[in-house]
Design a protein around this ligand. Structure first.
Ligand code: NAD
Ligand code: GLY
Length: 362
């Protein structure tokens, strides 16, 4: 197993990020190496528990850890104050201590929820992120954003709480439903467009190779290396800008339109990654209209999104006025101006707040 380690280094903390097939088998050793010798509290969801949680719990106990586990209902609805309260009850009734560690095993829902439980219980204990979706590996598990939803909006309650370790085991992706895997590719492609033209080119070559073999789901060394390279983009961005004071905003490429599309189509109908693919195409077209990039970029990005099974077409039934109104509710709005992340070349973006409303969704 290749255990090449990436490292997040911010002004306040540093931690390893390991992306490898079979990485979860190294968890007990990695905890010991980091001096995390308290009790592990494994938080996962009802889908992931039988697939990967039970084996992990057994391995930790075999390694001598007094590990506990809980599975919350799978799905976005678990990012709620009610489920968070149940986690506090479980942790506190079970005698959680400051030296203990929460293990967040699952997709972004579990990473955000368990991460926030770790940020807040006993005023903060250690968390280790163990992402099992492609989206969580390349985005949610790295960077310390944790939180839950409020009935009035997504991710409105939370904290920055950096993990002590991120262990992304690409073997867990073999059980991920194909639609969830496809949605994750949108974020991988996004990382290529915003900062890494080499990653983008590799993705083009990889798409050709897997289409040739007709086997898009095989998780192999090459796919693991591509995922690691996409993770490295996020590792670099959060190392340079931990609290989103500047550069980190570029991770939101495609997300202004994506959030508007998700809001207008009703949460749950369209996966986040699917909406990001739509958003990246629409936002590249805005860049084209502003003369920031050429048609070739828009077409190349469109072709790559399609090659990974994504449909970047703006849903035809979306009302353009409603779309504009929804972008104005974006979290990145300042003084009623949307801050757009727009591509100038593959691997390079700029932030603009002067996009005329007429260009949104044209
Ligand atoms: P998710 O956590 O709901 O996982 C998607 C589905 O896949 C769920 O049904 C889950 O049970 C299942 N699943 C997970 N791993 C599996 C596996 N290996 N095999 C089989 N099934 C598996 O969704 P997601 O797309 O991973 O994450 C979305 C969430 O992440 C959103 O709440 C979003 O706000 C958050 N997010 C956070 C950040 C951040 O920086 N903190 C970044 C991006 C997204
Ligand atoms: N998902 C965007 C960020 O972590 O900043």
């Amino acid at each position: 197993m290749s255990m090449q380690t990436l490292t997040v280094t911010t002004s306040t903390t540093t931690y390893p990020v390991i992306v490898a097939e079979g990485a979860l088998t190294e968890l007990a050793g990695q905890l010991a190496a980091l001096g995390l010798r308290g009790r592990p509290w494994l938080i996962t969801d009802t889908n992931v528990m039988p697939l990967h949680g039970s084996a992990l719990l057994a391995a930790l106990r075999t390694a001598g850890y007094d590990a506990q586990a809980i599975a919350v209902p799978a799905g976005e609805a678990s990012k709620s104050i009610e489920v968070l309260g149940q986690l506090y009850d479980w942790l506190i009734a079970g005698g959680v201590e400051r030296r203990d560690v929460i293990l967040a095993l699952g997709g972004g829902v579990i990473g955000d929820l368990a991460g926030f439980a770790a940020a807040s219980v006993l005023r903060g204990i250690a968390v280790v992120q163990l992402p099992t979706t492609l989206l969580a590996m390349v985005d949610a598990a790295v960077g310390g954003k944790t939180g839950i939803n409020h009935p009035l909006g997504k991710n409105l309650i939370g904290a920055f709480h950096q993990p002590r370790l991120v262990l992304a085991d690409t073997a867990t992706l073999t059980t991920l439903p194909p639609r969830e895997l496809r949605a994750g590719w949108a974020e991988v492609i996004k990382h290529g467009v915003i900062l890494d033209v080499g990653l983008f080119t590799e993705l083009e070559q990889f798409a050709t190779a897997v289409q040739g073999s007709g086997d898009q789901l095989a998780i192999d060394a090459r796919m693991t290396a591509i995922i690691r390279r996409a993770v490295a983009v996020k590792v670099g961005v959060v190392s340079r800008d931990e609290r989103e004071q500047g550069e980190r905003i570029i991770l939101n490429y495609g997300h202004t339109i994506a959030h508007a599309v998700e809001t207008l189509s009703g949460y749950g109908h369209i996966l986040h990654g699917e909406a990001v693919a739509i958003g990246m195409h629409a936002e590249a077209r805005i860049a084209l209209a502003l003369g920031l990039c050429d048609e070739a970029l828009v077409e190349r990005q469109h072709a790559l999104l399609c090659a990974y099974g994504l449909d970047p077409t703006l849903p035809p039934n979306l009302d353009p006025a409603a779309l504009v109104a929804a972008t104005l509710r974006d979290k990145k709005v300042e003084a009623r101006k949307v801050r757009w992340v727009l591509p100038t070349a593959i691997g390079s973006v700029v932030v603009r707040d002067d996009v005329p409303e007429a260009m949104v969704g044209w």
